[in-house]
Design a protein. Structure first.
Lengths: 630, 351
């Protein structure tokens, strides 16, 4: 075994990062090498030790060959946003070696496969290098090429467990759960884990300065990605029709829905399905099917991302105007156009809020994590039926495609689905007046009938053209105005039933506030603690839905300066606030992060902190709103 | 005037069908199409077919896209729910509606602009999926509502009203439907009600994707010399391969023909189609031969009409998706939510 470990002797001389349960380990892999499951095992083993982790996949639009990274933040304090910086790089991809090396913090660690020797200039003087001959060890023990590739990841994991003081028993238990019933596969995996651990123990100084120690900070939280959570929310929320078209990063949502339905929605007596999932020919068809199913009284949804939203906008206008329920989960990615399909952004806020031609606006829900993906997808199905309109769940790649520690899902079996205002056969028979677009309750929401309800009453012709309150074709001005003004009243009715914003007051009274939403939340949770440590007091408001609740306006009114923190270039939520609430734009300060990586606490802390220090803590009067840029 | 309610006048002696409805109960609003439009004849044929089939009007859902043809669902079956969707996208809306409620009869009405141009993709996929429906294309080779532009089904060399020849190859909807897997394919002519009504009846009884291409002359923009969709041209070149008589499952067969001249095809619901052969070689259950014959006759400038293909035992999308017997829209939380106890075990598996 020709192993080269150039730095082992020097290790004691240079500074090294010392940290327990507060570290970032980044894996640099080649896409398609089977590293994903080993990476997940790494993260979950630490969770099983009671230490919160926050992992993120950073991956290319590619199936095999291109670089992919998995960044795990180990955080006893429970910070779930990206920290920034890397304490240990597990550099398994020669393609990205130079770039990966640069990212390591001074005093950090570089872990690599030392089977082939590397020249000294490939290393850094201020980084501790740990070489393990992974390929040589794996190839000496196993001979099938695919087996070698997969088990090498496990050898690596075993070595890392020894180096970082991760309890290998937890890894082994997880592997055991994974291969339950497939014991044949279990044995070599366990063997590979132990091979790596034993080699590291014998040849290296274990543990390193950074390490994991048992804690009790995970509690009853669960570990799941937002797409799976939203899919499960759709199952519990009663979606029976799902039509979709594959698009990153939303595809796994529809696929999870299908998988969950296969488990939980099959009639036990007949084996038949209480669901219909159709992979449509494009997004035009997927939203068309959702609209058709919604028209016919089924709860239907689609999952898509930015380009899909663009294609759907004609139908979204029809559903808005003809008042048909539809639930659309938008797992946002970097735009415009194909943009950064495997990176994250919150850049479809305006495109969804005002989707389609003519005067349109639509309710948006902003989940912050998988737990809210579950709740809000289920709730969106209720809201769509209640409001008879398209409702968007605005998640993103960061939430959707990364496993996240989140509160356990909850469901009340007494909860009935809100089917909204539906006029039944008996109501028609009793002589109730049915005007499809008649505002009978003053809330702007009319009654509808399902097709096939009654032989002679309640039928109407649904159309995108204008009509009177009894659904009769009309281009008369007053009929048109009645409808579109009623639609505004309906939108106003939505204000009080969409999820309310969440406020967090600073320790001391302050006239400075910050508004944020969705996947920015974990970074903001952490940033606010850092700001308070600098004696900078900022009240927070997490917006959870559009139309904005009155509390949003009140929050802005009661502060002199409000930062609006978001992950897009054009400050889209800020625009929506200015436009919908008539806010003086000077009052709303942009904090924008949009390079495709998730926003970090360090970024927010710096952007807000620098500004507050610059104005000496006295915000008013603000005359311009320069942007903090990513 | 854009909206006209038809006065409800019932003559006491009018005939009621087995479910107690007058033909009048299947009518809709007064058509706003041009006098003499082929589409109005098709609406009348639909009314006739539904009345004769004893379908309760509210058990039909009628869907359409955009265009002259797509306006017609307002002019028939006024007691049925209708949905005038967006241009070229009726097939997806119909598919979704069908998934939600498999108990209604679905009637999709479209035109050649709607289905052969913007909607060609959705047309193809709704046929592929075998959605249980009757899909009628009212085919006049021209864009009527926008005043006379060629559509994608216009024959190469045919002339517009202003004398301009069409240079593009035509799309033949019947050949497409056959190739894409439709399990009932027919073609007819709006001017031949005797052929069209039984075709619609058989299509509505068909438990799969049924497609009827109906040549329907546009009197305003495509009924001149040089057009291949004029009344005169179609009458001269119409070549029917068969004549269809249709009996719903519960009815006794009344017509009788000498042996060899007619064949009976029993559909899945027990209904019987009796085909009187006009072309001795034609076998309406042979998809490949049907495609061949249509191509050969088209090359000779003939318009082949009749029941061109039928699979008497088709499969539909619900069967492919193995959905439950009850319509999905009727299911509530008891059937759809896996419950809190299951959620607790899901939570446990995620730790």
């Amino acid at each position: 075994m020709d192993t080269m470990m150039p730095n082992l002797q020097e290790t004691k001389k240079k500074p090294r990062i010392e940290a327990v349960n507060d570290l970032v380990v980044k894996f640099a892999n080649v896409n398609g090498s089977g590293s994903a499951s080993a990476n997940e095992l790494f993260a979950r083993s630490i969770l099983r030790m009671g230490v919160p982790v926050s992992p993120r996949n950073i991956f290319p639009s590619n199936i095999q060959g291109l670089p992919t990274w998995y960044e795990v933040r180990v955080t006893e304090a429970g910070w779930l946003g990206r920290r920034g910086g890397v304490d240990m790089m597990v550099a398994m991809n020669p393609q990205t070696w130079d770039q990966d090396l640069k990212e390591i913090e001074p005093g950090g660690y570089l872990f690599y496969d030392s089977t082939k020797p590397l020249p000294p200039e490939k290393f850094r003087d201020d980084v501790h290098v740990i070489g393990v001959p992974l390929t040589a060890m794996t190839n000496a023990r196993w001979s099938v090429p695919r087996e070698r590739q997969l088990l090498k990841n496990m050898v690596c994991l075993g070595a890392l467990a020894a180096l970082l003081d991760i309890d290998l028993a937890e890894c082994e238990k997880l592997v055991g759960e994974q291969y339950k019933g497939k014991e044949k596969l279990l044995a070599p995996n366990i063997e590979a884990l132990r091979l790596g651990r034993d080699w590291a123990r014998e040849n290296l100084a274990c543990p390193l300065g950074i390490r994991v120690a048992r804690a009790d900070n995970v509690g009853d939280r669960i570990f799941i990605d937002g797409n799976s959570a939203a899919a499960l929310g759709a199952v519990y929320g009663g979606a029976s029709v799902c039509a979709w078209y594959p698009i990153t990063p939303s595809s796994s949502l529809a696929e999870s829905f299908l998988a969950y339905c296969g488990k939980y929605r099959v009639d036990p007596d007949t084996g038949r399905h209480r669901y219909a999932v159709v992979q449509a020919e494009d997004e035009l068809a997927s939203i068309g099917m959702v609209v058709g199913a919604g028209w016919n009284g089924a709860r239907a949804f689609t999952a898509t991302s930015g380009p899909g939203i663009s294609l759907m906008t004609e139908f979204i206008g029809l559903a808005y105007f003809a008042e048909i329920p539809a639930t659309i989960v938008n797992v946002q990615r970097g735009g415009p156009s194909t943009g950064m399909p495997t990176r994250t952004q919150q850049a479809d806020v305006l495109a969804c809020a005002y989707a389609s031609h003519g005067d349109t606006k639509h309710p948006l829900l902003f989940p912050m994590d998988p737990n809210e993906c579950f709740d809000m997808t289920a709730q969106a199905l209720d809201l769509a039926d209640r409001l008879q309109t398209p409702v968007f769940v605005m998640t993103d790649l960061d939430i959707g495609m990364n496993q996240r520690l989140t509160a356990p899902f909850a469901w009340d079996d007494a909860r009935a689905y809100d089917r909204g205002k539906v006029m039944t056969h008996d109501m028609l028979e009793a002589g109730r007046d049915f005007g499809r677009y008649l505002d009978v309750d003053g809330d702007g929401i009319p009654f509808r009938t399902y097709p096939g309800t009654h032989p002679t009453k309640g039928a109407f012709f649904t159309r995108g053209t204008t009509r009177d309150s009894y659904a009769r074709y009309s281009e008369a001005g007053p009929d048109y105005l009645y409808n579109v003004q009623r639609l505004l009243r309906k939108f106003d009715s939505a204000r009080s039933i969409v999820p309310a914003p969440v406020e967090r007051k600073a320790a001391k009274a302050t006239r400075i506030g910050a508004i944020y939403y969705g996947s920015t939340t974990p970074a903001m949770d952490e940033a606010i603690i850092a700001l308070e440590a600098q004696d900078l007091q900022v009240d927070l408001l997490r917006v959870r839905a559009f139309p904005f609740a009155d509390a949003v306006n009140e929050f802005i009114e009661s502060h002199d300066l409000v930062f609006v923190v978001e992950q897009n270039r054009d400050a889209q939520l800020r625009t929506l606030l200015v436009n919908e609430l008539d806010i003086d734009p000077a009052k709303l300060m942009r904090v924008l992060h949009y390079d495709g990586t998730p926003i970090t606490a360090r970024f927010i802390t710096r952007a807000i902190g620098d500004h507050l220090r610059a104005i000496g803590g006295r915000p008013a009067p603000v005359r311009s709103a320069p942007a903090a840029r990513a | 005037m854009t909206y006209l309610a038809k006065p409800k006048l019932h003559h006491p002696s009018l005939e009621r069908n087995r479910v107690g409805y007058l033909r009048r109960d299947y009518e809709g609003k007064i058509s706003t199409l041009c006098a003499g439009c082929g589409h109005d004849s098709i609406s009348a044929a639909i009314i006739q077919a539904c009345w004769e089939l004893d379908i309760e009007p509210h058990r039909v859902a009628k869907l359409s896209g955009i265009g002259c043809s797509s306006k017609t669902p307002d002019y028939f079956l006024g007691n049925s729910h209708g949905f005038n969707t967006v241009h070229g996208r009726m097939p997806s809306v119909l598919t979704g509606a069908n998934l939600a409620n498999g108990d209604l009869l679905y009637l999709g009405v479209s035109g050649d602009g709607d289905s052969a141009s913007i909607g060609l993709g959705q047309f193809a996929h709704v046929m592929r999926r075998g959605v249980n429906m009757t899909y009628i294309v009212e085919n006049n080779g021209v864009y009527g509502l926008t005043k006379g532009q060629f559509s994608a089904t216009a024959d190469q060399g045919s002339k517009s009203k202003r004398g301009v020849a069409n240079t593009d190859s035509p799309i033949d909807m019947v050949s497409l439907a056959l190739q894409l897997g439709a399990t009932f394919v027919g073609r007819s002519f709006s001017g031949d009600k005797a052929q069209l009504v039984p075709l619609i009846k058989a299509a509505m009884a068909h438990q799969g994707a049924a497609f009827i291409d109906v040549v329907s002359p546009c009197v305003a923009f495509n009924n001149h010399a040089g057009s291949t969709r004029s009344y005169d041209f179609v009458r001269e070149h119409n070549e029917a391969v068969n004549r269809l008589d249709f009996w719903p499952s519960r009815e006794a067969i009344t017509a009788d023909y000498p042996a060899g001249e007619a064949i009976d095809i029993t559909q899945h619901d027990g209904s019987v189609m009796r085909l009187r052969k006009l072309d001795a070689d034609y076998d309406a259950t042979d998809r490949v031969r049907a495609m061949n014959l249509i191509q050969m006759r088209a090359a000779q400038g003939e318009v082949v009409t009749g029941l061109l293909y039928v699979d008497p035992d088709p499969e539909d999308l619900h069967r492919h998706l193995n959905t439950v017997e009850a319509s999905l829209f009727t299911l509530g939380a008891a059937e759809l939510s896996p419950g809190a106890a299951t959620l607790a075990s899901i939570n446990a598996s995620l730790r």
